[in-house]
Design a protein around this ligand. Structure first.
Ligand SMILES: *Cc1c(COP(=O)(O)O)cnc(C)c1O
Length: 363
């Protein structure tokens, strides 16, 4: 049975008319950049998360970049982040001339290990950038505790709606939280988009100025920003989809529960934590590459997120990371595999994935 890793057409079919009406609304208005649709989405996402302000931007990457700019991260500063994430998390730090300081992960959660934070703090540490990877919140209590007065920006690109052990939402625990609306995220646009949420009115205002080239008032620039604007078509689509996000998350969680029941003990499955929203369902197995090839033969889509730990990316070679410096991140780079988990996955499809893994295990 054919099982794609993600099936966005299945998500679109039941909301097609509603989405097309929203797109029509924007076309009729001919108001394409920022404006009322973006303001509406900002308010709705902020309310959904329990944050005071939302600032829509051009992508999740730009959300991170503008958040760092709003904290005045400059060349020579250090930003502590996770050794295991999508490249953008570290790329934005380096683009500002700052140095990404990588911290290894807890192998069970794929998230930054807070126990290793204090040893990496220096007088140049300007910010801490933990990631809530795959939809599971990092241990924010421990991270905030170690951070002290150093601002924490949450990379919640994969985790909109996720909650930590105390029920707080991803993106609302640090100074700013950054979301991505890349189509494969749990709340995906019809193109690129992102948002920063914060409770700090001054930061929210600064972010809004930075996303329009630092312009305030119009055509007067006290500082240099960029074009980091979200467009109205994306916002209109996202406003429709946001209404379904909680339901979709329930679907993902139910699928994760079924996988936990069906998968053999030869693979390690993500632990059952209440706030996990499963942007990805990532298993671990020593035979990762062989299993992936086997599943591909059965037309089951999987993906390796991510095959190289960030400190070992070629572009960071000058930082001098050696093999073995980040043992947990290096291990998951070789043994982790994401399985289909999207909410529209049918019971038969999920069963086919589990059966295939059982067959593989039996040899
Ligand atoms: C997707 C993602 C980003 C970047 O978001 P884009 O919208 O693709 O720019 C950043 N960090 C993480 C962890 C991501 O998964």
């Amino acid at each position: 049975m054919k099982v794609p890793l993600l099936d966005l057409k299945a998500q679109y079919a039941p909301i097609r008319e509603e989405v097309r009406a929203a797109i029509d609304r924007v076309c009729d208005s001919q108001y394409f950049i920022l404006g009322p649709e973006v303001a509406g989405l900002e308010e709705e996402v902020a309310r959904f998360c329990g944050a005071k302000f939302g600032v829509g931007v051009s992508s999740g990457t730009d959300a991170l970049l503008v958040a760092l700019m709003a904290l005045d991260v400059r060349p020579g500063d250090e930003v502590i982040t996770s050794a295991y994430s999508f490249f953008a998390t570290a790329g934005v730090v380096a683009r500002l001339g700052a140095v990404p300081v990588f911290v290894d992960i807890e192998p069970g959660t794929f998230n930054l290990d807070p126990g290793r934070l204090r040893g990496n703090l220096t007088p140049r540490t300007k910010a801490i950038l933990p990631v809530h990877l795959f939809g599971r919140c990092a241990d924010m209590d421990a991270i905030l505790d170690a951070a002290g007065r150093i601002p924490v920006i949450e990379d919640a690109a994969q985790s909109i709606g996720s909650r930590d052990a105390r029920g707080r939402q991803a993106g609302t625990m640090g100074r700013m939280g950054c979301f991505s609306f890349f189509p494969s995220k749990n709340l995906g646009a019809f193109g690129d988009g992102g948002m920063i949420v914060t409770d700090d009115p001054e930061l929210a205002e600064r972010l809004k100025v930075l996303r329009v080239h630092g312009s305030k008032p119009k055509y007067h620039h006290k500082e240099i920003g960029g074009n980091f604007r979200l467009d109205a078509l994306q916002a209109a689509v996202l406003r429709v989809k946001l209404k379904y996000l909680a339901k979709w998350t329930e679907g993902r969680r139910a699928n994760a529960e079924r996988y936990r029941k069906l998968l053999p003990s030869s693979v390690t499955v993500p632990a059952d934590v209440p706030g996990h929203i499963y942007n990805q369902f990532v298993i671990r197995t020593r035979e990762r590459d062989r299993l992936q090839a086997f599943l591909q033969q059965r037309e089951i889509g999987t993906e390796v997120y991510y095959p190289v730990a960030l400190p070992h990316q070629e572009c960071f070679a000058a930082l001098g990371a050696k093999k073995g410096d980040y043992p947990a991140a290096e291990a998951v780079a070789t043994d982790s595999l994401a399985l289909p988990i999207y909410p529209e996955l049918s019971g038969d499809q999920l069963g086919a994935v589990a059966d295939a893994i059982l067959d593989f295990t039996r040899g």
